[in-house]
Design a protein around this ligand. Structure first.
Ligand code: ADP
Length: 488
């Protein structure tokens, strides 16, 4: 299959280093496939440590002039990049659906969401304020300035092939850093199209390098050991995040980690049932369950439990899984056959331990990467679907009695990214929000993310925040300057 684009020159298959498109030194490539059909889409240059080292050196060279520019000049280039992304939405969405599988409507939504980070940070980059500190001594003043952290290395996942890049590249470039990005091997084409547009927007050579490759440890090893890299920003699984943090320790790099989640949706007896069903559906099945803030566990109070399950399952029965390019498809495939098998293993584990399949519970018939939207009841906290991130279209619905039970169950995980609750009680919404050990809480709302909010987790879901005014901090160092001898 070939990807049909209005502008075929957006389909890039080489690495982008120091402003130039290039093959890997070895000439090696890796195949990108369409998860809906299993068909190959493209062969992409597979680079390793050597090319990554060159990209890091180019980033360091390019940063000198970039940092010295007024923020306004950097902002103008980012604004232009933003415009080009919006203008090319359809092609970017087609590339994304082809390599990732999500529906075209979801891809268009992600392109807009991704672009919003570029626009936001183009604006916020002009507002990097410092402080003047009144000191205990009268002959001096303390001044705090914020400076770019240095060369940034970024490693991104396949579930949001566009937005997970822009929420890192946007702030990094806006404050004067240069960036070297390794996109996921499943979805490098979206990353390469994005950097092509940045290049067209006039971003100087070397500031944004993309090093695709199938040997992630080799590229990641160079990024985490190279002393020129001052910051590693990662979105992906908790085990890989921990490994990268360990590797970064040797050169004491700053890190931002956006790792796994195990989001609860807590639905109390006093919730608006229709609102809760609609919110839980979005939180669970968006991107076929493959987002780190996807509802992993639905916790429903006993008084509303049966009514919830009935309405929820009825809505799920309306879903149509299929190829993301078909207009009738509501939910696309999962990313790989391996992922589909892993989801099935978690479902079968629950069934073996006594869970009831209300709907779904099997691989899809549409191909090896499909899994039926599934609802499970009679589930308990010893099952894998309670303990582990499911990352697929499977909703286990747990029952709880009291508010205390709900909070205890919700917090009974090493993860702490997003949590949601549904209640009509003002007091309860405050109490429970404050008791939940999560970086983000949605009260009567599950579509909580945008460029203006601080996205990130606590516990083993990571550290650092992306988006919002706080998202700049991850790319800035705080420098204190003491102006002394003022009496002279
Ligand atoms: P997922 O399970 O969602 O694929 P991963 O954490 O495996 O999550 O992948 C997220 C990103 O991390 C991808 O770009 C992947 O290539 C990269 N990655 C995986 N293992 C390593 C590693 N050892 N070093 C550096 N990057 C890695």
């Amino acid at each position: 299959m070939t990807i049909q684009l209005q502008d075929p020159s957006l389909l890039k298959t080489q690495a982008f280093i120091d402003g130039l498109w290039m093959d890997s030194d070895s000439g090696e490539t890796f195949a990108v496939t369409d998860p809906a059909t299993g068909q190959p889409l493209a062969d992409v240059a597979s680079v390793g440590a050597t090319e990554t080292r060159r990209a890091i050196a180019a980033a360091e060279r390019a940063m000198t002039e970039w940092t010295a520019l007024p923020a306004k000049s950097r902002s103008e280039i980012l604004e232009k990049w933003h415009r080009l992304i919006i203008e090319n939405t359809e092609d970017l969405a087609v590339i994304m659906t082809a390599e990732q599988g999500k529906t075209l409507a979801e891809s268009r939504g992600e392109v807009a969401y991704g672009a919003s980070f570029i626009k936001w940070f183009a604006e916020e980059g002009k507002r990097v304020y410092g402080d003047i500190i009144p000191t205990p001594q009268t002959d001096r003043r303390g001044v705090v300035v914020k400076q770019p952290v240095g060369v940034v290395a970024a490693i991104t996942p396949w579930n949001f092939p566009n937005a997970m890049i822009t929420r890192k590249a946007g702030p990094a470039l806006a404050v004067g850093c240069a960036i070297v990005l390794k996109p996921a091997a499943e979805t490098p084409l979206s990353a390469l199209a994005l950097v092509e547009l940045a290049n067209r927007a006039g971003l100087p050579a070397g500031l944004f390098n993309v090093v695709p490759g199938s040997d992630a440890p080799s590229i990641g090893g160079e990024m985490t050991s190279n002393p020129t890299v001052k910051k590693v920003t990662f979105t992906g699984s908790t085990p890989v995040g921990k490994l990268l943090m360990q590797q970064c320790a040797n050169t004491v790099k700053r890190t931002s980690m956006e790792l796994g989640g195990n989001a609860p949706v807590v639905i109390f007896d006093d919730a608006d049932l229709d609102l809760a069903v609609a919110g839980a559906l979005t939180a669970k099945y968006r991107n076929s369950g493959q987002t780190c803030i996807c509802a992993n566990r639905l916790l429903v109070q006993e008084g509303i439990y049966d009514a919830f399950v009935e309405k929820f399952a009825a809505a799920v029965s309306e879903f149509r899984i299929g190829n993301g390019f078909d207009a009738s498809t509501t939910h696309g495939p999962v990313i790989s056959e391996k992922a589909a098998k892993e989801i099935d293993a978690k479902v079968q584990n629950a069934v073996a331990e006594g869970a009831t399949v209300v709907i779904g519970g099997q691989p899809g018939e549409q191909g090896g990467c499909f899994y039926q939207p599934t609802v499970l009841t009679n589930v308990n906290d010893s099952m894998r679907v309670f303990r582990e991130e499911i990352f697929g279209p499977v909703a286990p619905v747990f029952k709880f009695k009291t508010e205390e039970d709900a909070v205890r169950m919700a917090n009974d995980t090493e993860f702490g990214l997003a949590a949601y609750l549904y209640t009509e009680s003002m007091g309860r919404s405050w109490r429970v929000s404050e008791a939940l050990e999560y970086g983000m809480v949605g009260v009567n709302e599950t579509a909580i993310s945008s460029e203006v909010i601080p996205f990130g987790g606590v516990k083993e879901s990571g550290q650092g925040r992306e988006g919002s005014k706080y998202g700049l901090d991850d790319y800035l160092e705080t420098k204190y300057i003491c102006f002394g001898a003022l009496q002279r």
